[in-house]
Ligand binder design. Structure first.
Ligand code: NAD
Length: 261
């Protein structure tokens, strides 16, 4: 009797060395997938991959998502090792939080290179591999800052707003071929990136502005991403899921009024 068991699915997760990306990698591992962790920080990436303790199911690849040649090499390495790619999570991202007048063109380009060019380059490189097995799922990690404008987010917020539109462009073109593309827009999450840019006052302001009155965890973002890559989300395409404790919904939810209620 021949085996009819389905092949092990493979996820390609960018920015997978730490924070939200690492939690997404762990979600896929717990769900039985094999995982390629892509990151441009080798010092964090290789120890993080080793700590997962599953070398046969985890492939760490040192790669900058904004450089097409490096991405092409990484995709090739995943194909050689695992033979397929079923999910791509464009999670690698950087933040520069400065006002318009203080943001240099180099800083603007630095943010766009990773946050916008990266998902364009990676999706273009991974899609043909997905199509060899009939399709797959892409999730772009945007941000609440791509849905709502905010002070000091000229580069970061614009990159994430553009990524949300790129998601829709990708969803309509790649959907025809069997690849679903969605975005997750996290609110503030406890990671190294958040520590760098949120001081104590900003943290208090967030607690006031978010109906659930707390930051999200990396696991809460990862489970939303995992869901969008799973068969349970098989008819969801071109959507933005805010995973933000109600922050986006609270447009005129003035903190003072909420405190008085
Ligand atoms: P993080 O800084 O902890 O991790 C980001 C990872 O991406 C790092 O390991 C970094 O080395 C890697 N990376 C950066 N540039 C890269 C490049 N060019 N090529 C390959 N890898 C690169 O950040 P995080 O908080 O885990 O954020 C992950 C994603 O979630 C980002 O896209 C970020 O914008 C988004 N996000 C984070 C928050 C938050 O509050 N932490 C909120 C909303 C959205």
């Amino acid at each position: 009797m021949t085996s009819t068991s389905s092949p092990t699915r493979v996820a390609f997760v960018t920015g997978g060395a730490r924070g939200i990306g690492l939690a997404i990698g762990q979600w896929f591992l717990a769900d039985g997938w094999q995982v390629a962790l892509i990151d441009n920080n080798a010092e964090t990436l290789f120890p993080a991959a080793t700590a997962l303790g599953q070398p046969e199911r985890v492939l760490p690849l040192h790669c900058d998502v904004s450089i097409p040649e490096q991405v092409a090499q990484a995709v090739q390495a995943v194909v050689e090792r695992f033979g397929r790619i079923d999910a791509l999570v464009n999670n690698a991202g950087v933040a520069v939080f400065k006002r318009i007048g203080a943001t240099s063109f180099e800083e603007w380009r630095y943010v766009m290179n990773t946050n916008l060019d990266g998902p364009f380059i990676c999706t273009q490189a991974v899609a043909p591999v997905m199509l060899r097995n009939g399709g797959g799922a892409v999730v772009n990690i945007a941000s609440i800052s791509g849905l709502r404008a905010s002070t000091m987010r000229v580069a970061y917020g614009t990159s994430k707003g553009a990524l949300i539109h790129l998601t829709k462009q990708q969803a309509i073109e790649l959907g025809d071929a069997g690849i679903r593309v969605n975005a997750v827009a996290p609110g503030p999450v406890e990671t190294e990136m958040a520590k760098q840019v949120h001081d104590e006052t900003i943290r208090r302001d967030y607690f006031d502005a978010i109906p659930l009155r707390r930051y999200g965890s990396t696991e809460e973002i990862a489970s939303a991403v995992g869901y969008l890559c799973s068969p349970a989300a098989s008819y969801i395409n071109g959507q933005v899921l805010a995973v933000d404790g109600g922050f986006d919904a609270s447009g005129v939810g003035l903190p003072t009024l909420r405190k008085n209620s």
